[in-house]
Design a protein around this ligand. Structure first.
Ligand SMILES: [Zn+2]
Length: 218
């Protein structure tokens, strides 16, 4: 079966742009232990890169004091912590097929992702999941088993995220909506090559779910 056999919709796609995350995922074996290694490697990169570069308080302009993953302002009391931003996403199944979304925006524009997104303030995780799937696929969702949470970064220099996943099935036929250039079903054993995915944590999640990836072209 061709990788695009499950194509639902495609806007003009110039082919996936190359993403620096490829250096982490290229040449890795499907062994889950290696993928945990990739996450450890990411985790050793500083959590507070952005805060470290902050010099002046964004509220009052006073010089900031730097701590471990935190900055504080001695004048107005502002405190900022390097906490990850939570997301809720779905491993959407239809029999032995999995649903992937091609990203319409950066980071990872043109690369594959699972459907889901960032939690809004005050939102419960499953509300996020249902809202995001409605926005991205036009479908209501039956939520299944919780699959766990994985850390990652939102692009190579992006903020840290913590990504929570649930199994899910859709009611109805998905149509690409917000943030999605294309939705496609893939056989679980024939997902696109790893270097066509936007985020390492997605690959780890899919590896743990028993998915298999095609070899990179060329
Ligand atoms: Zn201040």
């Amino acid at each position: 079966m061709a990788p695009n056999a499950g194509l639902i919709h495609e806007e003009s796609s110039p082919g996936p742009p190359r993403h620096d995350l490829r250096r982490h995922v290229r040449g890795q074996t499907p062994d889950a232990a290696d993928w945990d290694g990739v996450l450890s490697k990411l985790a050793r990169m500083a959590t507070s890169d952005q805060l470290r570069e902050w010099r002046a308080c964004p509220r009052c302009g006073t010089g900031l004091e730097h701590g471990e993953g935190t900055v504080s302002c001695p004048s107005c009391g502002l405190e900022e912590y390097a906490n990850p931003a939570p997301t809720a996403s779905a491993l959407v199944r239809d029999g032995d097929r999995l649903l992937l979304a091609r990203r319409a925006g950066e980071p990872g524009k043109g690369l594959w992702d699972l459907v889901g997104g960032f939690m809004d303030e005050g939102e419960e995780p499953l509300e996020t999941l249902r809202r995001e799937l409605r926005e991205e696929t036009g479908c209501e969702v039956e939520v299944g088993e919780f699959l766990g949470g994985l850390p990652d970064r939102y692009g190579d220099d992006g903020i840290w995220t913590i990504n929570f996943y649930w199994e899910a099935t859709l009611r109805g036929e998905p149509q690409p909506g917000d943030d999605v250039a294309e939705l496609a079903w893939f056989p679980r054993e024939e997902l696109p090559p790893r270097d066509e995915f936007a985020f390492a944590n997605t690959i780890v999640l899919l590896e743990r779910a028993g998915a298999r990836f095609l070899e990179p072209a060329g």
